[in-house]
Design a protein around this ligand. Structure first.
Ligand code: G6P
Ligand code: MG
Length: 220
């Protein structure tokens, strides 16, 4: 069996985490409350429905089902207004280097995202045809930290979970990779992502040498 790599999208390949934050915060503010950057950490990697559930708890609010759905639609509309302006140059520094290396070596790669907008974003940044498999919020029924999204990705790459390496910026995503018995690489702060097998502040700090070591390890 062979190594395969799975990339989260938001906060790993592109910094859409900041757009999600702006859009969720506007929703909260419109409902009459606010939440902190720290609370926002808990929204990363989490599905749209789960995110709104959490936010409403913070604001001590309950919405009717109809209003809940309306607020989710408004949030997404607002979020997409930012996404719409995205271009290839929004790909985070260091990411192309790693993607190109894996492509050159013919290592299978997948996208594993909770977002229902993943395909739209990949098209905007010209990465739609880069991945051997795309698993997104439209394919899964269980939100991270459930490993479903990554397990489906592994299956589509014909790789054993133990041979998969996952790049994640969220705690929920790192947990999902760990529960799925995959190698987890956190992108962000060590304090937040302490459960990851490795943590890097961003992709510019990931040397090709490190990726090569991961590939060799599997041959041993
Ligand atoms: C990612 C992001 C979350 C977002 C979720 C759903 O995991 O990290 O912040 O809520 O996807 O995204 P969507 O684009 O479907 O609302
Ligand atoms: Mg993410």
């Amino acid at each position: 069996n062979h190594r395969a790599f799975i990339f989260d999208l938001d906060g790993v390949i592109v910094d859409t985490a900041k757009f999600h934050f702006l859009a969720w915060r506007k929703l909260a503010n419109d409902l009459g409350f606010d939440f902190t950057q720290e609370q926002n950490e808990q929204l990363k990697g989490v599905s749209r429905v789960e995110s709104l559930n959490k936010i409403l708890t913070w604001g001590n609010m309950k919405l009717t089902e109809e209003e809940f759905n309306r607020q989710m639609a408004l949030k997404n509309e607002n979020y997409l207004s930012y996404v719409d302006k995205m271009e290839e140059d929004e790909i985070l520094p260091g990411v192309p280097k790693v993607l190109n290396f894996l492509k050159e070596k013919n290592i299978p790669i997948a996208l594993g995202s909770a977002s229902k907008n993943a395909r739209t974003i990949l098209k905007k940044i010209n990465l739609y045809n880069t991945f051997d498999a795309i698993v997104d919020g439209t394919d899964v029924s269980k939100a991270k930290p459930d490993p479903e999204v990554f397990l489906i990705a592994a299956e589509r790459l014909h790789a054993k979970p133990e041979n998969c390496v996952v790049f994640e910026d969220s705690l929920a995503g790192v947990e999902a990779a760990n529960i799925g018995k995959m190698i987890s690489i956190g992108i962000g702060e060590k304090q937040v992502l302490h459960e990851a097998d490795f943590v890097f502040p961003d992709f510019t700090k990931i040397e090709i040498d490190f990726i090569e070591k991961l590939l060799r390890k599997e041959e041993e």
